[in-house]
Design a protein around this ligand. Structure first.
Ligand SMILES: NC(=O)c1ccc[n+]([C@@H]2O[C@H](COP(=O)([O-])OP(=O)(O)OC[C@H]3O[C@@H](n4cnc5c(N)ncnc54)[C@H](OP(=O)(O)O)[C@@H]3O)[C@@H](O)[C@H]2O)c1
Length: 321
């Protein structure tokens, strides 16, 4: 069986899990898997572990085998992986044993039945394979923490990102007015399909360009390079949610400006199973689908990693098994 692992050690452990799943586990034969920014970082974080470590958090496929106590699924069911492990209810922070699933860059993966959901009917295999991590992260940031309301204005820089492109669609379906940015004018043109209301270049002077807007909510994923500029366009008393720092983690914040502005800052990461189920129902109702950038055959996954690293993407990069 093929898998994409940081350490190409023995395949025995993986083969054993697949041959003999635990009572609550299912074996999923993957049809497509999505790449995330996280996969780029995990390659370095894993280091020199002796055991094989298969990357990949997003995926969709068919249940091929079920453990003796599995009750929600049967062989042949079409499912998506929920990589947000051990976080069941919509709590204010994930539980101590929360972790993110890795293992979808493989022909088969093994996971507890608690962390798979039925594949939404309106999504293709590739759309389903890239869906969960980005969409769930976006949902918690925009809806649970950001509390977006119909008629409010959202500012969300960096349209090229897989999460950002999904949040724009979600925000439009929630009735918000959406302003985005990109470093690349061509991406802004292509991203019109997402339905945003207004776009400016990331290199523009945001305060000048957006002087006529009253921004209620900012979702900031770029990090140090843009955080203060994002805060600069937020209305006094407005909300800012962050879950990413594609550039620097650390930067200087003017605390006096922050507290005089009465801003509200929320940190977010992934989301719970309860939120995923809310999101799936909302997406089915509104037929929302993730924006696909480019796909590669699983055997060419190295090229998919190179493509994601190049930052030319608009939407999700994926592999097909
Ligand atoms: N905490 C969590 O649970 C969680 C979950 C998912 C993602 N994340 C994080 O959220 C961030 C976004 O994720 P993603 O998958 O959407 O990332 P991505 O596909 O890598 O996109 C990031 C986007 O940010 C913009 N950007 C990057 N570097 C920039 C720079 N130096 N200056 C200005 N803009 C820049 C780019 O937009 P343009 O090309 O349009 O300019 C780029 O497309 C990442 O940092 C990721 O690690 C966190």
């Amino acid at each position: 069986m093929q898998s994409f692992a940081v350490q190409h050690g023995s395949q025995q452990f993986l083969e054993q899990q697949i041959a003999d799943p635990q009572p609550n586990e299912v074996v999923v034969a993957l049809r497509a898997a999505g790449l995330n920014h996280r996969d780029l970082m995990m390659k370095d974080r894993i280091g020199n572990q002796p055991d094989i470590y298969t990357l990949g958090s997003d995926g969709a496929g068919v249940v091929e085998k079920v453990g003796s106590e599995v009750s929600r699924f049967k062989i042949g069911d079409e499912v998506i992986i929920n990589p947000s492990l051990n976080w069941y209810d919509k709590t204010s922070a994930p539980p101590d044993d929360f972790r993110i699933f890795d293992g979808t860059f493989a022909e088969r993966t093994v996971i507890s039945e608690d962390f798979i959901e039925k594949k939404p009917d309106h999504l293709s295999w590739t759309e389903a394979g890239v869906f969960t991590l980005s969409a769930l992260t976006g949902y918690r940031a925009l809806v649970t923490l950001g509390q977006i309301k119909r008629g409010e204005t959202l500012f969300i820089p960096g349209v090229g990102g897989g999460v950002v492109s999904f949040i724009i669609q979600l925000a439009k379906a929630k009735g918000a007015y959406v302003i985005t940015t990109s470093r690349d004018p061509n991406k802004l043109k292509q991203a019109e399909i997402l339905g945003y209301d207004r776009a400016i270049l990331t290199d523009d002077n945001w305060e000048e360009q957006l002087a006529d807007e009253e921004i209620d909510l900012v979702i900031e994923t770029i990090g140090g390079a843009t955080f203060n500029r994002s805060l600069g366009v937020l209305k006094k008393g407005g909300r800012i949610v962050t879950f990413g720092s594609s550039t620097e983690d650390q930067f200087t914040l003017n605390l006096r400006q922050f507290f005089y502005g009465q801003y509200q800052l929320f940190g977010s990461t992934m989301g719970s199973r309860e939120e995923l189920r809310e999101l799936l129902a909302f997406c089915e109702q509104h037929e929302l689908r993730p924006l696909l950038d480019k796909g590669f055959p699983f055997t060419k996954i190295d090229q998919a990693f190179d493509h994601l690293s190049g930052q030319t993407q608009l939407g999700k990069v994926y592999v097909v098994m």
